[in-house]
Design a protein around this ligand. Structure first.
Ligand SMILES: Cc1cc2nc3c(=O)[nH]c(=O)nc-3n(C[C@H](O)[C@H](O)[C@H](O)COP(=O)(O)OP(=O)(O)OC[C@H]3O[C@@H](n4cnc5c(N)ncnc54)[C@H](O)[C@@H]3O)c2cc1C
Length: 390
């Protein structure tokens, strides 16, 4: 028998989302707008915590689709980084081989090929402001939970504990919720990125700002990459990525001179123009070994616990799919949880998880393949052929 009572599955239930990243906040918004009781437990101290990393390009069929469902597309249009998707592709000598700055349209919503970018902080703010006050419980670093009645008693580092009927882990690549569902772990892809950030860039590196022109620079040479992006507030980020068996554990990421020496040696043959980034960067630099979930992962669905986004399927960033998959998971999961077509929460979660794993595996495969190609000797030629054709 199929139940036809709207929201019967979540009637009188308290939902806890662990993690206030793009996936968790999108899910909270989509559930809350249906009248469901939801709290987000986030380890950051408050809403002003700095969100690190490159801007995110949202895709029409995934990230933007979730925002559309959440009625947040107009807010997104007000906040996206106009022109941040423009690019220059250069070689290791910093010679420009391709640029779309003079012909790329800056706003083209509705076109499936348009992938507008947004600063991570702006995306978080936009989602937060759409939620009811006190939906997010800050300074809540989840550490463990145990079964209580039909739900879970959650414990946090600050000593507090809360009960929830349903728990959704949206706590990123190192999820503490995931082990309650599966023991399957992500594998190292063999690529590591060293990330740096230059603040107040107009003052400190004006020449590079002009070169960047609010877009991005992608450099390829000797099977190594250098990626430069513009964040909100005059802040430039960069990442030098390369294939390595293991990250150099002796490198002191607080020591600018040491990291610059590392770059000169490891990225041998690269122009001195790249040194300027390291000379003006804030410390510490951030090593980011790139991980991926096995493409064939599977587990049995539970009746009151699931995961989404990086917690479910971390993947390399080389197809720009991570955040889009996280937000699409939020959309798909919310639809299953409020659907009238399932007899039980376990059925709803199972349906979500089966399609989520399939979707994520396809995106992860593309991300892995792109990562291989972008760290090969032919990377520059292949990237030029790809963007030349688009
Ligand atoms: C170098 C790099 C570049 C990337 N570039 C892109 C890109 O261009 N495009 C793209 O789509 N994706 C990119 N990604 C991936 C993208 O950042 C992620 O896929 C996306 O942020 C996943 O969203 P999420 O909500 O699942 O997790 P996250 O964004 O990781 O959010 C998890 C949240 O949970 C919180 N949290 C973690 N642990 C706990 C805990 N124990 N208790 C409470 N809260 C907790 C965190 O503070 C955080 O707020 C990149 C990733 C990296 C590393």
């Amino acid at each position: 028998m199929i139940l036809h009572n709207k929201f019967m599955l979540l009637k009188d239930k308290q939902v806890a989302v662990i993690g206030g990243g793009p996936g968790g906040l999108t899910l909270a918004k989509l559930l809350q707008q249906e009248g469901i009781a939801v709290r987000v437990y986030e380890r950051d101290l408050d809403k002003n915590a700095r969100v690190q990393g490159s801007p995110l390009d949202l895709h029409d069929e995934s990230g933007l689709a979730a925002l559309r469902k959440a009625n947040l597309l107009d807010e997104f249009r007000k906040n996206f980084l106009r022109g941040a998707d423009k690019k220059r592709i250069v070689n290791e000598r910093a010679e420009v081989c391709f640029s779309d700055h003079d012909h790329k349209v800056e706003e083209n919503f509705g076109n499936p090929g348009f992938r507008p970018e947004i600063d991570r902080g702006a995306l978080r703010k936009l989602l937060l402001e759409s939620l009811q006050p006190a939906t997010v419980v800050w300074d809540s670093h989840f550490i463990s939970m145990e079964k209580e009645n039909d739900g879970w008693l959650l414990h946090f580092k600050n000593g507090k504990s809360f009960y929830a009927d349903i728990v959704i882990g949206a706590d990123g690549a190192n999820s503490k919720i995931r082990p309650y569902i599966t023991g399957i772990r992500a594998f190292y892809t063999g690529v590591t990125m060293i990330e740096g950030n230059v603040y107040d860039a107009e003052k400190t590196i004006p020449g590079i700002c002009k070169w960047l022109s609010g877009g991005k620079i992608m450099a390829f040479g000797n099977a190594q990459d250098f990626y430069v992006w513009m964040n909100d507030g005059g802040h430039i980020g960069f990442g030098a990525s390369f294939k390595t068996g293991a990250i150099n554990a002796d490198l002191d990421y607080n020591d600018k001179a040491q990291v610059l020496e590392w770059f000169k040696t490891t990225f041998f043959g690269w122009s001195e123009r790249w040194y300027e980034f390291f000379e003006h960067a804030a410390t510490p630099f951030i090593p980011r070994p790139i991980y991926c979930m096995p493409l064939d992962q599977a587990w049995e669905a539970l009746p009151n616990l699931t995961i989404l986004g990086d917690a479910a399927h971390v993947m390399p960033p080389f197809a720009g799919e991570g955040v889009n998959m996280a937000m699409l998971d939020a959309l798909a999961l919310s639809e299953c949880l409020i659907s009238e077509n399932f007899n039980s929460l376990q059925d709803a979660i199972s349906s979500y998880e089966i399609s989520m794993r399939e979707r994520a595996a396809a995106a992860a495969k593309e991300s892995l393949e792109n990562g291989e190609m972008m760290h090969s000797e032919q990377a520059l030629d292949k990237m030029l052929a790809f963007f030349g054709d688009h």
